[in-house]
Write a protein that binds this ligand. Structure first.
Ligand code: ZN
Ligand code: ZN
Length: 241
């Protein structure tokens, strides 16, 4: 018969999608991991609050603390660790620490978007879509717009695309239910209101992308003109006859 504590741990674990086997652990180890996980959840909640109030530096520090606690019990590839890696990645992206964000979001994506954990199939589908959206926003910041679009389109076949506004209430969308940015067509929104709310973030990368495309077009037009135009030698020859 499992003790009351073990029952409680089981139900908590079920809530957070834990897959580890407590039947093989000593009562003490079970209690330790339970305490560590509860402590981590409390720290995670504080991190989310800090992030919501725009204090990303504090949020990142708290996500790291929560992660350190979680990794005492859960592997890096656990659903629990993925929550913290995703939160840490979001905070670092807001702080413009792109390489830090890349590392953290890659770890979250590996768990959330991996079929073993249900990424595009069963399991935490919304979580997977949110991490793909975060990764896409990182690609935008890196000036890799085609990859940003590809990342978002990974959810297309199942209608698992998150709105580009990260404050949009948790929902998954079909591509047909979303409108894309008219300038870059790489980011999707469920409403004009959501597009407006995300503009403060998207404006910078989108304008840079517009410049890049303009420059590329000009270069291509120039190259075309040069390949069609007669060479200087031919021009000289024509002038002499
Ligand atoms: Zn755009
Ligand atoms: Zn939305």
């Amino acid at each position: 018969m499992p003790s009351k504590k073990q029952n409680k741990l089981l139900s908590k674990s079920a809530m957070h999608g834990t897959v580890f086997d407590i039947s093989s652990m000593s009562a003490e180890a079970v209690q330790d991991s339970y305490n560590a996980n509860m402590g981590a959840i409390e720290i995670s909640n504080r991190a989310t609050q800090a992030s919501m109030s725009g204090d990303y530096r504090t949020a990142a520090a708290l996500h790291r603390q929560a992660l350190a606690l979680k990794l005492k019990t859960f592997p890096e590839t656990s659903v629990q660790a993925a929550i913290s890696f995703n939160g840490l990645g979001e905070s670092l992206l807001s702080l413009q620490d792109l390489s830090g964000a890349e590392e953290a979001l890659s770890k979250a994506l590996r768990v959330r978007d991996d079929k073993t954990f249900g990424g595009l199939g069963e399991g935490p589908r919304f979580d997977a879509a949110v991490t793909r959206e975060n990764m896409a926003q990182l690609r935008e910041a890196q000036g890799r717009f085609e990859e940003a679009k590809e990342m978002r389109m990974r959810g297309k076949s199942k209608g698992h695309i998150a709105c580009g506004n990260d404050k949009c209430p948790g929902q998954l969308f079909l591509l047909s239910a979303l409108k894309s940015c008219s300038v870059c067509s790489c980011v999707f929104y469920c409403s004009p209101d959501c597009q407006k709310k995300d503009w403060a973030r998207h404006k910078g990368p989108c304008k840079k992308e517009k410049e890049r495309r303009k420059e590329k077009e000009a270069q291509e037009a120039q190259a075309k003109l040069e390949s069609e135009a007669p060479t200087t030698a031919e021009q000289t020859a024509e002038a002499e006859t």
